[in-house]
Design a protein around this ligand. Structure first.
Ligand SMILES: Nc1ncnc2c1ncn2[C@@H]1O[C@H](COP(=O)(O)OP(=O)(O)OP(=O)(O)O)[C@@H](O)[C@H]1O
Ligand SMILES: [Mg+2]
Length: 269
């Protein structure tokens, strides 16, 4: 990772915008010989929901996984460039990826509760990061997280039943509760509603809007309606390129790039 990568140009750009929570510069991602992300530059703001949209295979998940170094776990994957959160290079050797992932939480497309109780799924992160001093504090954290995941009422009487015994939509809300339990600063969500019914989807969307008060949320979605409903900023990816990034309203009503227009009007993808 290069050192003086935040150039004068970036500083100038930032004078007009809010300071970036996440700043990505010249990011390239390769899977062996496949060049999956091509020179992506983007500033993602705090207290904002940013949607990543684009056709299947364009690199949305790949780029999302760069933000909490989840690609480190894929052998053939190589990430180049510079990604900073609050100015700190997250690929610096000093950064512990486990600590980073507590600060930058993630929710995946397929709900993936641990084979543990509902309670232990949520308590897992706070336990390993020492966030509670005693059982009562841990109980509190778990309840608060389950409430934020909009699932407390459904599980409060069976906290010690296995998380894997919940329905798909409940499991996803449990995973959201698990991700927020460590009070992350950034929440990455990769198609979090694809396994949910319309009611659970509405609950999650409401939750996303609430989470924005405290966090920076990045959501990958194939639903243009969802992107328009929940996000303030939208990034359109195509063939590994970040083609267009801006205010969601603008991207959906007056996109500048013909590829964006084709996608949002349903001509590509
Ligand atoms: N683990 C992997 N190993 C090899 N190639 C991969 C891997 N993951 C993704 N790719 C490749 O990287 C490119 C981008 O994939 P990615 O999963 O990021 O796309 P996406 O935009 O999230 O697509 P979708 O909307 O279908 O989820 C694709 O060409 C894909 O085949
Ligand atoms: Mg994906």
């Amino acid at each position: 990772m290069r050192d003086n990568i935040i150039s004068e140009k970036d500083v100038m750009q930032n004078q007009t915008a809010h300071p970036a929570k996440i700043a990505a510069r010249n990011v390239q991602v390769y899977y062996g010989d496949t060049h999956a992300i091509k020179d992506v530059n983007v500033d993602i703001e705090a207290n904002t929901v940013t949607a990543f949209i684009g056709p299947s295979g364009c690199g949305k998940s790949t780029f999302l996984r760069c933000i909490n170094r989840m690609n480190d776990t894929i052998d053939v994957c190589r990430v180049e460039g510079d990604i900073r959160i609050d100015g700190e290079d997250i690929y610096d050797r000093k950064v512990d990826p486990v600590q980073l992932r507590a600060k930058v939480g993630m929710v995946f497309q397929k709900p993936n509760p641990f084979p543990k109780s509902i309670y232990d799924n949520v308590a897992y992160g706070p336990r390993i990061h020492g966030l509670a001093r005693n059982k009562a504090e841990l109980d509190d954290i778990v309840e608060k997280a389950l409430r934020r995941g909009a699932i407390w009422n459904e599980v409060k009487d069976r906290l010690h039943a296995p998380g894997t015994g919940l329905s798909g939509g409940q499991q996803q809300r449990l995973c959201i509760a698990r991700a927020v339990a460590t009070e992350p600063e950034v929440l990455l969500m990769d198609e979090p509603c694809s396994a949910l019914d319309p009611i659970a989807t509405a609950q999650v969307e409401e939750l996303i809007d609430e989470l924005r008060q405290s966090y920076s949320v990045v959501i990958v979605t194939h639903s243009m309606q969802q992107a328009a409903r929940v996000s303030q900023k939208t990034a359109f990816f195509h063939l590994g390129n970040l083609v267009e990034f801006g205010e969601t309203d603008k991207i959906f009503t007056a996109p500048e790039d013909p590829r964006t227009e084709s996608y949002i009007t349903g001509r590509i993808g």
